[in-house]
Every structure is written in C-alpha cells, then in structure tokens.
Write a protein that binds this ligand. Structure first.
Ligand SMILES: Cc1cc2nc3c(=O)[nH]c(=O)nc-3n(C[C@H](O)[C@H](O)[C@H](O)COP(=O)(O)OP(=O)(O)OC[C@H]3O[C@@H](n4cnc5c(N)ncnc54)[C@H](O)[C@@H]3O)c2cc1C
Ligand SMILES: NC(=O)c1ccc[n+]([C@@H]2O[C@H](COP(=O)([O-])OP(=O)(O)OC[C@H]3O[C@@H](n4cnc5c(N)ncnc54)[C@H](O)[C@@H]3O)[C@@H](O)[C@H]2O)c1
Length: 487
C-alpha cells in the first residue's frame, strides 16, 4: 500500500557511519527477497546490518514455501509427465508412469537447500549478521528477538529498520485445515498425489497449482467468486489457458463462492453458496494472503497494519515513522519476488542518503501455469478504454521452426502497437519460454522503441524470439493495409 499521505522526508534520518549509539545501522526483519536485498544494499554502503529471521525460514516465503518450491515442482511435473514432449512423441508419452510425491519432492528439496545456502553465503560475505528468531518491537529503535531454540530473548537496537515480513495464506475461520484441506504451504507437503482436488480461489497461486495437479492426472475443480479468470491478462490468452486446462480434465466453477468444506477420513465435500456440492480427495485453499504483522507489536514502534495485515508506506517505502521502512508482500500489491527485491534495495539507499531512482512503471507479469503466461505493458481493453488507436500483430509458435523443434504448437505472441506512432505498447505471450521472452518487449518499450526496431533487426534462427519478428511484420502489414485501402 503506497500512499501520498506519508511525507517524503529528506535528507536521511539515519546517523553517520561513525555514530555507534545503536547496535546496528540497519535491522531487517525477514530474509525474503525484500529483506535480503535491503540488507546487502546497506552492507555495500559500509553499514552495520543485521537480519532477523526464523531458523527454518532463511530465504523467506519465497525460498521455503512460495516461489521456489512451486516453480521447482512445476519443473519436476513438466519433466516427469513428459507434458512438453507430447506434441512430438504422442499423447501417451510419459517419462515415469506412476509419479509419487517423493519423485516430485526430491527435486524441490534439493533446490530449496541450495537456495538457502546461497542466501546464507551472500549475507555472510557481505558481513551481515543473521540472528535466528522472531522479532517484535519494544520501542521505535529496539526489537526483542525470541530465539527459536527457546534460548533467552535478546534486545537489539538499530538506527533504521526495514520490515520485510511478507504474508501467510489467509485461512477463513469457517474452514478446518488438516491433512485433506490444505493451503499453499500444505500443498507441498501432501503425502500422495490426490485423484481429485478442489482449488478454492483462482488467483495466481490457485491456477498455477491447478495446472500442476491437472498435469499429474488429478481431476481438478477450480472455484472462484470472480466471474472471470485472471481478468488482468489478455482475454485471448486466458481463453487458450482454459482450453488447455479443460483438456486436462479441469472444471471451472466461476462466479461461485465456497460456503463450507467438510472433511473426513474418506475425503472432502465442498459446498458452494449456490448449493452445489463437490466431492474431492483434497481441497486446496488459495483465497488470498494476510500480511505477517501480528507478531511485530507495531504499536510499540508507532505503526499499525490494516485489516489484511498490510503496512502503509510512502515514497521509497518509508512508513509514517521516518526511520522505519516496509517492503515486499507486507505492503501489498504487486507482491512479487522481483519487485520486493528492488523495493528492499531502494529503501536501504533512501535510508542512508544514497541517490536512487524510482522503479519504472513498466512491470512484467509472469504466471507459471501449464502452459505459462507473461505480459508487459498495456492490454487491449485498457487501450480501448483510453481511446488509444492500436493495431495487433500475432505470431503462432507452430509457424516458427523452433516451435516445431520444441514441440509447442499452441504458443503465441501478440504485440500491441500504436497505429500512428508505431510505438510498442504491450506484449502478451502464452507458451514455452513466455516469462523469459517477455523481457525483449519490455526492453523495447522501456526505451520508447517502435515496431520498426523489430522489423529492421535480425533475430537468430531458429529461436522462439523470432516470434517478435513475425508479429512485428504482421502489425506492419496491417498498418500498411489501412494506408493502402484509405488511399
Ligand atoms: C505459492 C506461491 C508462489 C509464488 N510464485 C511467485 C512467482 O512465481 N513469482 C513471483 O515473483 N512471486 C511469486 N510469489 C510471491 C513471492 O514469493 C513474494 O512476492 C516474495 O516472497 C515476497 O518477499 P518478501 O521480501 O516480502 O518476504 P517473504 O518471502 O514473504 O518472507 C518474509 C519472511 O519474514 C519472516 N518473518 C515474518 N515475521 C517475522 C518476525 N516477526 N521476525 C522475524 N522474521 C519474520 C518470515 O519467516 C519469512 O521468512 C509466490 C508466492 C507464493 C505463496
Ligand atoms: N507467478 C507469480 O507471479 C505468482 C505466483 C503465485 C503467487 N503470486 C503472488 O501471490 C499473491 C497471492 O496470490 P493468491 O492467488 O493467493 O491471491 P489472490 O488474492 O490473487 O486470489 C485469491 C482468489 O480467491 C478468490 N476467493 C476468495 N475467497 C473465495 C471463496 N470463498 N470462494 C471462491 N473464491 C474465493 C478471489 O476471488 C481471488 O480470485 C498474488 O497476488 C501474487 O502477487 C505470484
């Protein structure tokens, strides 16, 4: 939550590096992407930095329960099911016939372990102290750290603070969670791949896990109270995703609310507000997240959180208490790992008077469904609402040599181009490599480039990047046709 109401204070309120009146120049609470980058940025400025994190959570939600486990699980699913190769070797192609949770977890645990080591090593070599435990404010310059091992509490003082405590899954009071009813933390600890599953809440988390389980052969029913899926994305792309998921036996119950979930030893029954009852072996709840601020005693620091546990910040992520910053998921939208990292870096620079630029408005979105989705810039609906004249250019992977080689016949790239200036306004991708490929379009848009750049640029062959060239020529042909027909 960023707001204009918090004053943009400058210059820094932090003491000089020589001032030793506090234990640290910066104390960071939480070691997820936001906290890590804040700590390292401050350490690079020669500051004395400490990070407080729970023993089993080094690397944050990102490494332990969120981004990294889910994306590694997806990779394991893609490999073991042979999903990406079925266009080439046939619909019955599998790398392994009976995929167990152990098969999937082997890869996930390996990657998590390595990532935790990377985080520890980076903090260590930058001389950042990592203190194990849960932090709670005692006053605006002091936290009490309760050790995980039951060791006594420690009081640590600091001149400045970055709160990067992230979020945890929101758990409705009416739903009893257990072995059969899990949230996104519990789904990576299931004992077996369920034969059927209800996914309650089709945000990004819900739809990514729905894709993975559907690929594993689970019969998935997706329920969401919103009438449309991923409504911020290009509707054509979302339609393609739904087509693919339906092909994997996913059912959609959109515009429907989960009223209650009953679980027993045999399975679960999810009741919707419309009265429908859906039986399934497992239910995964992914109906939003809650800021992890309850344990912080924010009032002792002069702060408060909203009803969803989020902290309000102003320019450069400063809270209303000038020496305390908040970054990452705990401040709300967009709640992404990459954004959190940059917010952490910017907050640390601001705290210590280092000149820093704001993030550019052009933010990429990457959704790791099967197949994956990515976009950057404007959507057709936004441009139409703003009366911006535009033309589209489309490239289908099935017409690219690399698309045939990798066996992706469904992928597509769509460019949105200003009809008069030829400026690139948006890029939307669906299919193999979408989350990487989007950055070509982002770079062109970031530099104010036009579609002519793509027309005049030679692109390696055979690559999926060639989709940009094909789509650019498509737009240009359409624009030329308007001129020709108009004349
Ligand atoms: C299932 C899932 C999949 C995701 N996939 C993606 C993705 O593909 N791409 C993407 O960009 N983002 C993804 N995200 C979001 C991404 O994980 C977050 O945006 C990112 O982790 C937020 O970073 P953060 O800095 O806010 O800290 P977090 O990673 O949220 O970590 C916060 C840390 O603070 C610690 N903490 C909390 N309170 C205290 C306290 N009082 N004392 C000490 N420590 C404390 C916690 O233990 C935790 O380790 C996903 C999230 C989930 C849940
Ligand atoms: N690839 C990525 O970038 C990625 C992946 C996963 C998560 N994330 C981040 O994590 C955040 C949280 O994701 P999320 O999916 O948990 O939250 P969300 O708030 O985006 O989605 C929750 C969904 O649950 C629905 N819902 C809530 N209560 C319901 C009910 N009773 N019945 C039916 N539907 C209900 C809502 O309508 C909403 O669509 C995202 O906003 C995103 O920033 C990002």
């Amino acid at each position: 939550m960023t707001t204009e109401s918090i004053p943009d204070l400058a210059p820094t309120t932090a003491p000089s590096p020589e001032d030793r009146s506090y234990d640290y120049d910066l104390l960071v609470i939480g070691s997820g992407p936001g906290g890590q980058k804040a700590a390292i940025a401050a350490a690079k400025l020669g500051r004395r930095v400490c990070v407080v994190e729970r023993k089993h959570m080094v690397g944050g939600v990102c490494v332990n329960t969120g981004t990294i486990p889910s994306k590694t699980l997806r990779e394991a699913v893609m490999y073991l099911t042979g999903m990406a190769q079925r266009d080439v070797y046939g619909a019955s192609y599998r790398v392994k016939a009976d995929i167990t949770v152990q098969d999937l977890l082997a890869r996930t645990q390996h990657v998590i372990g390595r990532e935790v080591e990377v985080v520890r090593a980076q903090l260590l070599r930058n001389h950042v102290d990592l203190v194990s435990g849960t932090a709670r404010f005692v006053d605006p310059h002091t936290v009490q750290v309760t050790g995980d091992s039951g060791a006594g509490d420690a009081l640590i003082t600091a001149a400045t603070f970055v709160i990067a405590t992230g979020t945890s899954p929101a758990r409705p009071a009416a739903v009893e969670f257990g072995p059969r009813v899990v949230d996104s933390d519990g789904v990576i600890e299931l004992e077996k791949v369920p034969s059927s599953m209800v996914v309650a809440g089709a945000g990004v988390i819900g739809i990514e896990y729905a894709s993975m389980f559907a690929a594993l052969g689970t019969r998935v029913t997706v329920v969401d109270k919103r009438p449309a899926l991923l409504e911020f994305c290009d509707p054509e792309v979302v339609e393609s995703l739904k087509f693919h998921l339906r092909d994997l036996a996913v059912s959609f119950r959109l515009g429907e609310e989960v009223a209650s979930v009953e679980a027993n030893a045999n399975g679960t029954v999810t009741t919707l507000s419309s009265g429908k009852r859906i039986p399934a072996e497992t239910v995964m709840y992914s109906a939003g997240r809650q800021g992890q601020t309850a344990s912080l005693d924010l009032a002792a620091a002069g702060l408060e959180a909203d009803s969803r546990g989020r902290i309000e910040v102003g320019h450069h992520y400063r809270t209303k208490v000038p020496h305390i910053y908040a970054v990452g998921d705990v401040i709300g939208f967009p709640a992404l790992a990459a954004t959190s990292m940059d917010q952490g870096r910017i907050a640390a620079y601001d705290a210590f008077g280092e000149p820093v630029r704001d993030l550019t408005a052009l933010q990429p979105i990457g959704i790791y469904t099967i197949p994956e989705i990515s976009y950057c810039g404007r959507t057709e609906a936004e441009l139409t609402a703003d009366s911006v004249p535009f033309e589209t250019g489309v490239s289908r992977y099935r017409e690219l040599a690399r698309g045939q080689i990798v066996g992706d016949s469904y992928g597509m790239l769509k460019l949105l181009v200003h009809s008069d200036t030829k400026e690139l306004l948006g890029v939307h991708l669906f299919g193999t490599g979408a989350t990487d490929l989007v950055h070509i379009g982002q770079a062109i848009m970031g530099c104010g480039g036009t579609v002519d750049y793509l027309v005049d640029t030679v692109i390696n062959y055979p690559t999926l990047s060639e989709a940009y060239k094909v789509a650019a020529l498509d737009v240009t042909n359409k624009l030329r046709a308007v001129e020709r027909f108009g004349a």
